[in-house]
Design a protein around this ligand. Structure first.
Ligand code: ATP
Ligand code: MG
Length: 361
């Protein structure tokens, strides 16, 4: 069991306890928890931890599976010394419908609410009564006029998907302070809301999915999720070499997408799948740049467990012809010197959990 609970800060005082924010990322392969405390304008790391998810975990709808998941969550929080009962959690991108609506004129808040409901009916394949609708205004002209416009990011979360998370937390004796989406959390931890940061493509490589977000001026302009993730890479090695899943997983992590390892055999097996993921990334970049030609994508940040694959950053940099970085959600977080190198090893896995813990409301 992999667990990395560290508590470098004194959390004993009630005042500090009250300000601690906990992000809980319930992934298919592992659960990650991060607690941060806000001190003036800075966030400090209080503790963190990770634990393998029971299978099938959050993929299941069965009560007993969610029960097992709840037990594991409790175990993780205990090991990480997290006592808070309110946590911020996220729905996976693949379970929500996210869309930027950019063909609206200037609208007041009330007009916008009804325009969004109307537009949402087009891209949500289920009755509006079955979803929670949230939105964030990206652009709004100051007043009505010929060129006035409103651009808004709309997120529709199916109520039954949200319910499963709430039910699981309830079984673990926890309460969801906020339920948001993974891509919002990842964007917050990796780009923040800095209006001067370069336009960025975020790629979040999970187990069954890869999520993409085009982020500019600290705002999300385009998102996409595809059902090709880490497990597809592992399966490709299983098929090619007749490996067991565990062995394939090891080979993927050790050799990755590096051409001169094992005569390029692992590289050749992984390449077609990486190319599917990279191809989608390129389409997201193109779609974003067609719509917003003044803000071309300047860098790509790869996140999630899959970002740690040897050779991936270099491989993607060649494909995109852009600067590619491995995600570091800790960059803006104050931490003790001793923990820096430990945190760096698993950094990209914590992007969601850190982003959730950074959520303010
Ligand atoms: N060093 C590595 N090289 C390649 N792949 C890796 C490496 N470390 C982890 N992975 C892969 O990353 C995936 C797990 O990533 P992550 O922890 O982000 O997923 P998760 O949050 O549990 O799942 P999801 O977000 O899909 O629900 C697995 O497919 C795993 O094989
Ligand atoms: Mg995940």
């Amino acid at each position: 069991m992999y667990l990395l609970p560290i508590s470098p800060y004194d959390t004993g005082s009630a005042v500090i306890m009250a300000k601690i924010n906990v992000g809980l990322d319930i992934g298919f392969s592992s659960i990650k928890a991060v607690s941060l405390v806000k001190d003036k304008d800075k966030y400090k790391l209080v503790s963190l931890g990770s634990i393998p998810s029971p299978q099938p975990g959050i993929a299941s709808d069965m009560d007993e599976d969610l029960e097992a998941l709840a037990v594991t969550i409790k175990k993780l929080l205990t090991a990480a010394n997290i006592e808070q009962k309110e946590v911020v959690v996220a729905l996976p991108e693949s379970k929500v419908f996210t869309r930027v609506i950019d063909d609206l004129p200037y609208l007041t808040d009330a007009e916008l609410a009804s325009a969004i409901r109307y537009a949402a009916e087009e891209f949500i394949p289920m009755p509006l009564s079955d979803v929670n609708l949230n939105w964030q205004v990206l652009v709004r002209s100051e007043a009505r006029g010929k060129n006035a416009k409103t651009v808004v990011l709309v997120i529709a979360s199916p109520k039954n998907a949200a319910l499963k998370y709430i039910k699981t937390l309830d079984k673990a004796g926890l309460r969801a302070k906020v339920l948001e989406t993974e891509i919002l959390a990842v964007t917050r931890s990796l780009v923040g809301n800095d209006p001067f940061s370069p336009s960025t493509l975020i790629m979040q490589l999970g187990v069954t999915t890869t999520d993409f977000a085009a982020v500019s001026k600290g705002l999300i302009w385009l998102t996409r999720s595809i059902s090709t993730g880490g497990i597809a890479l592992t399966r490709s090695l299983v098929q090619r070499f007749n490996f067991e899943m565990n062995q394939a997983e090891q080979y993927k992590k050790i050799y990755g997408i590096v051409e001169d390892q094992l005569e390029g055999k692992v590289f050749e097996a992984l390449k077609p799948i990486i190319d599917i993921i990279a191809g989608e990334g390129r389409r997201v970049i193109q779609a974003f740049e067609t719509k917003y030609p003044l803000n071309p994508i300047k860098r790509v940040v790869v996140s999630g467990g899959g970002a740690k694959m040897p050779g991936l950053v270099v491989y993607l940099a060649n494909i995109f012809g852009l600067e590619v970085q491995e995600a570091d959600p800790w960059y803006s977080i104050e931490k003790e010197k001793d923990s820096v190198s430990k945190l760096a090893q698993e950094a990209s896995s914590y992007s969601v959990a850190v982003g959730l813990a950074l959520r303010e409301d």
